[in-house]
Design a protein around this ligand. Structure first.
Ligand code: GLU
Length: 277
């Protein structure tokens, strides 16, 4: 008899808009890797940003993915249903002295230089370490409310990891990314925190996602370390680009899975278009 596979994967769409070709490709790969490994695959909707996430987008995403032929195990998980889980980890990080309250404004941050990178639209400005508050500033807080919470990065340390598609990848803390937000000023857990909390909670063994998140992986590895949790394996998929090499984003409405379906394309055709770009 075959051993049950220890592979545990997840599909983690954020329901802030329609899924496009890039999602079709990445989610298809995530599904295929889990199924080829004979493992489990969970569906987790990353819907913590209640201002931007809409139930209708969540429904549409599930429907589009099923139409593409993807399936998952168990009930659909919604991050918004487990607020306490993030709060508990915020407290642990605060008590361990890993994070601090930051009262800098958006305007302050806009004045900062962006990290040296050629094609990442998502690169965040490097938060200057001189802007950190006095050590112990976090002790005055019993809840995360009212300020942004940042993770204190180990300046100058190279964060290196192995990726199934890219091989060895390395980013330097303080040069490629700075102290990053783990809790937003509007009292919503930031992506870097919520994704790690759930990937640990669900025992995810491999994370498959777009390569626009490679730099986030370096940040997230610091959270795994702070939380004393073993990180999963990483598989970052190439992004879908147009003929000019420009990355497709949600604003390319006509390339949403929904629209392609409506225009009469089959799931196979949609996956083929996603792969050809
Ligand atoms: N919800 C995230 C996104 O859609 C998922 C990222 C991840 O897989 O870690 O970008």
């Amino acid at each position: 008899m075959m051993n049950p596979s220890s592979y545990i994967g997840r599909l983690a769409p954020t329901p802030t808009g329609e899924l496009h070709l890039g999602h079709a490709r990445t989610f298809y790969q995530a599904w295929k890797r889990a199924r080829d490994a004979g493992g489990s695959l969970f569906m987790r909707l990353e819907d913590l940003d209640t201002g931007r996430c809409k139930p209708a987008y969540a429904e549409q995403a599930l429907d589009d993915l099923k139409w593409l032929g993807l399936d998952w195990d168990g009930e659909v998980i919604f991050q918004s249903q487990h607020p306490q889980r993030y709060l508990d980890v915020w407290r642990r990080l605060k008590e361990g002295g890993w994070i601090y309250p930051c009262s800098k404004s958006r305007k302050d941050l806009r004045s900062l230089p962006l990290p040296d990178t050629s094609d990442e639209q998502d690169a965040e400005a490097i938060f200057p370490i001189e802007w950190r508050p006095e050590p112990g500033a976090e002790k005055a807080f019993d809840t995360p409310e009212g300020v942004t919470w940042r993770f204190r990065i180990p300046e100058g340390e190279a964060i290196t990891f192995s990726d199934v598609r890219k091989g060895e990848v390395s980013y330097t803390a303080g040069k490629d990314f700075g102290d990053f937000s783990i809790w937003r000023r509007d009292n919503i857990p930031a992506y870097e925190l919520s994704v790690v909390v759930d990937d640990i909670h669900q025992n995810i063994s491999e994370v498959v996602r777009g390569e626009d998140l490679l730099r986030s992986t370096a940040r997230q590895l610091l959270l795994y370390r702070a939380l004393n949790a073993p990180p999963p394996a990483w598989c970052h998929e190439p992004l879908v680009r147009d003929a000019k090499g420009v990355r497709l984003a949600k604003r390319f409405h006509s390339l949403s899975i929904h629209e392609l379906r409506a225009s009469g394309k089959t799931p196979q055709e949609v996956l083929q278009i996603a792969d050809m770009h």
